[in-house]
Design a binder for this molecule. Structure first.
Ligand SMILES: NC(=O)c1ccc[n+]([C@@H]2O[C@H](COP(=O)([O-])OP(=O)(O)OC[C@H]3O[C@@H](n4cnc5c(N)ncnc54)[C@H](OP(=O)(O)O)[C@@H]3O)[C@@H](O)[C@H]2O)c1
Length: 262
């Protein structure tokens, strides 16, 4: 179960993509640890249901912000709504993949992935990190992916966005070390959520964890001092390490065995 007390006096957590999947599991785990929540996604009804559940089960405060984070206006709405209040933890989880060869990808789908997976993550962390550093307490968790460690043919833009998230998070981890703010990139492998339906793929199967298992790994690592990255699951950890030993061309061919074609 995703349960632990926060090691710092960080009480209010912003969780994006909290209406389902890994984000919902992270939000519930944070509530179980005593954090109040600000829950963000597009689906108001699902967010309200999560908010009601954590209020009832864990006695925390939970508010809902409905926003499309693939738009500048949606990100602006979140930042301005919270400008005058304290945010101790940012969990930048909302993300989207798209399955298909790059040449066939739609311009709009590429733009949406980049806006949601890169721009929104960058803007939200950038907006709330300075307050945490000024207070000397807080946490930033981004949700990258095992797709961040190597090219992902058949999901090329998605893998590239996650490589960005991983790289940025590791840089911020180093920049903020020793300043009271825990920075972590959670890298799940294939996980049983709505992600694959949203990505337009039914063929990416095998070895999936549950969202709760992934959230538990992330929150455990988040709650202790440590490195900038955690990969969920032993098999995924091995796969994510392969890029250190395998030539890049071979890595791309191996990766295609999993991510290419439907
Ligand atoms: N599932 C996997 O196998 C896997 C593996 C590695 C990494 N990840 C990463 O884990 C994160 C969570 O994914 P998941 O597996 O939990 O997928 P999911 O079940 O599809 O959940 C995605 C969440 O993001 C929200 N979202 C999507 N588009 C949005 C937008 N434009 N604005 C605001 N919120 C939006 C969704 O809510 P609404 O639809 O209500 O907006 C939902 O809450 C993503 O960053 C994903 O890349 C997933």
């Amino acid at each position: 179960m995703a349960s632990q007390k926060q090691p710092f006096r960080a009480r209010r957590a912003l969780v994006t993509g909290a209406s389902g999947g890994i984000g919902e599991a992270l939000a519930v785990g944070l509530a179980r640890g005593g954090s109040d929540l600000v829950l963000v996604a597009r689906s108001a009804d699902k967010l309200e249901a999560v908010a009601a559940r954590v209020r009832r089960d864990h006695g925390v405060r939970a508010e809902v912000l409905v926003a499309d984070l693939s738009t500048d206006a949606g990100v602006d709405h979140v930042i301005t709504s919270l400008a005058d209040s304290r945010v101790d933890i940012v969990v930048a989880n909302a993300g989207l993949g798209s399955h298909g060869d790059f040449a066939d990808d739609s311009e709009e789908r590429n733009r949406t992935q980049i806006a949601l997976n890169i721009t929104a993550v960058t803007r939200l962390v950038h907006a709330f990190l300075p307050g945490m550093l000024a207070r000397g307490v807080g946490g930033v968790m981004t949700v990258a992916s095992t797709a961040a460690f190597q090219p992902t043919p058949g999901m090329g833009v998605y893998g590239a966005t996650k490589a960005f998230v991983l790289s940025l998070t590791e840089a911020v981890w180093q920049e903020t070390r020793g300043r009271g703010v825990r920075v972590l990139a959670l890298c799940p492998g294939p996980t049983e959520t709505g992600f694959f339906d949203a990505a337009g793929s039914s063929s990416l199967e095998g070895g999936r964890q549950t969202a709760e298992q992934v959230a538990a790994v992330g929150l455990r690592a988040f709650a202790r001092a440590g490195g900038p990255t955690v990969v969920s699951g032993l098999g995924n950890t091995v796969i994510a390490s392969a890029h250190r030993f395998v030539p890049r061309g071979l890595m791309a061919r191996m990766s295609a065995l999993y991510t290419a074609g439907d």
